[in-house]
Design a protein around this ligand. Structure first.
Ligand SMILES: NC(=O)c1ccc[n+]([C@@H]2O[C@H](COP(=O)([O-])OP(=O)(O)OC[C@H]3O[C@@H](n4cnc5c(N)ncnc54)[C@H](OP(=O)(O)O)[C@@H]3O)[C@@H](O)[C@H]2O)c1
Length: 320
């Protein structure tokens, strides 16, 4: 349990203390990771508030609004906040990467971070930790056999550049708080994210690997992602940048077949040719058709243990 003991009242030399739960502010708390993390934190006696673009949250918790396009943030969200978890960002694989969409993808991550930092500085808010999501896209949309550690430089393509800017904006918090930057792999969840998109095709008998099928797809079970964020603010992981992926390197062909097996389905169709995806998605197809191996050694050395480190077990937990 996380409590701050705060003096409420001093009356006739009798001091009354009240229990104050530690407050965590989550941006993008309505999304896949944010929803599950919110539940975990509430169950562990933290207070959680969300910073959102929508007035009415689907969660039964306090929400505050912001709008990075208007440089607006409701600063009341920072009152008594001890930890900030930054998950907000326009969906990377949601829409084709037009010039405007690319701008939204980057600004919804970078300008939001700066907006938060400005509010913290201007109001002299005292926070303990700032934890931001980033992605393994940092290493670029390429395919090779190199196992990428956190020491690799960002790849010079749109997605690598986006992650680099996202992480640099988080560095602004280094003089205010403990900063963690978590480069997430593909988060596996039954109902949201990439997995239901792949599995719905397989369930209809239309699933198949894409492109050459040899692109690596670093993956992580959603429960492990939630645990990493939880441990990050619970002081169990030191400040720094961490890859958050399971140990098992699987490529697109292996992942597609593993999902089919977990669903008791067969893959009968040939691979979807790369040119079809490029025709449909344009540049966005790059992150579907390419992918590298990513190391999780650093976070494991920091003491984190993945509950799901084996793909078959992770998928069985999700589907059974
Ligand atoms: N899921 C994955 O496989 C994965 C992998 C690598 C990295 N990540 C990163 O981790 C973070 C959280 O992932 P997630 O899967 O939970 O994401 P998600 O389900 O897409 O949720 C992200 C949240 O960001 C907010 N948002 C969406 N568009 C926005 C915009 N244009 N401007 C500002 N805020 C916007 C939304 O919250 P409101 O509607 O409440 O504002 C949304 O619920 C994201 O930044 C994502 O890129 C995810």
């Amino acid at each position: 349990m996380i409590f701050n003991w705060t003096i409420l009242h001093k009356l006739n030399n009798i001091i009354i203390f009240v229990e104050m739960k530690e407050r965590v502010l989550i941006t993008g708390g309505s999304g896949l990771i944010g929803s599950k993390l919110t539940k975990k934190l509430l169950n562990s006696d933290f207070e959680v508030v969300h910073l959102t673009r929508a007035k009415n949250s689907k969660h039964d918790i306090k929400t505050y609004e912001w709008d990075w396009g208007k440089n607006y943030l409701d600063e009341r969200c920072l009152e008594n906040t001890k930890h900030i978890i930054h998950l907000a960002g326009a969906g990377i694989a949601e829409k084709p990467w037009t010039t405007r969409r690319k701008e939204i993808i980057v600004k919804s991550r970078v300008l939001t971070t700066r907006l938060l930092h400005k509010a913290i500085e201007e109001n002299n808010h005292d926070i303990t930790s700032f934890v931001t999501a980033s992605g393994i896209g940092f290493y670029g949309a390429i395919t090779n056999e190199i196992v990428h550690t956190e020491n690799y430089p960002p790849y010079k393509d749109f997605i690598g550049n986006c992650c680099e800017q996202w992480e640099r904006s988080a560095d602004l918090f280094e003089k205010n708080a403990k900063v963690l930057k978590l480069r997430l792999g593909i988060v596996l969840d039954e109902n949201e994210g990439a997995l239901p998109k792949i599995s719905s095709m397989i369930k209809k008998g239309l699933g198949s690997p894409i492109g050459r099928g040899n692109q690596y797809m670093p993956w992580v079970h959603v429960d492990d992602v939630v645990s990493v964020f939880f441990n990050a603010i619970n002081q169990k992981i030191p400040a720094g940048t961490y890859n958050v992926v399971s140990s098992q390197h699987v490529n697109n062909k292996e992942l597609t077949h593993a999902i089919a097996k977990a669903l008791n389905k067969k893959i009968r169709l040939p691979n979807v040719p790369s040119f079809v995806l490029k025709f449909i998605y344009g540049e966005l197809a790059d992150i579907l058709l390419e992918g590298v191996k990513v190391s999780n050694e650093k976070i494991m050395s920091a003491g984190f243990q993945f509950k799901y480190d084996n793909l078959e077990e992770a998928l069985n937990e999700i589907y059974n």
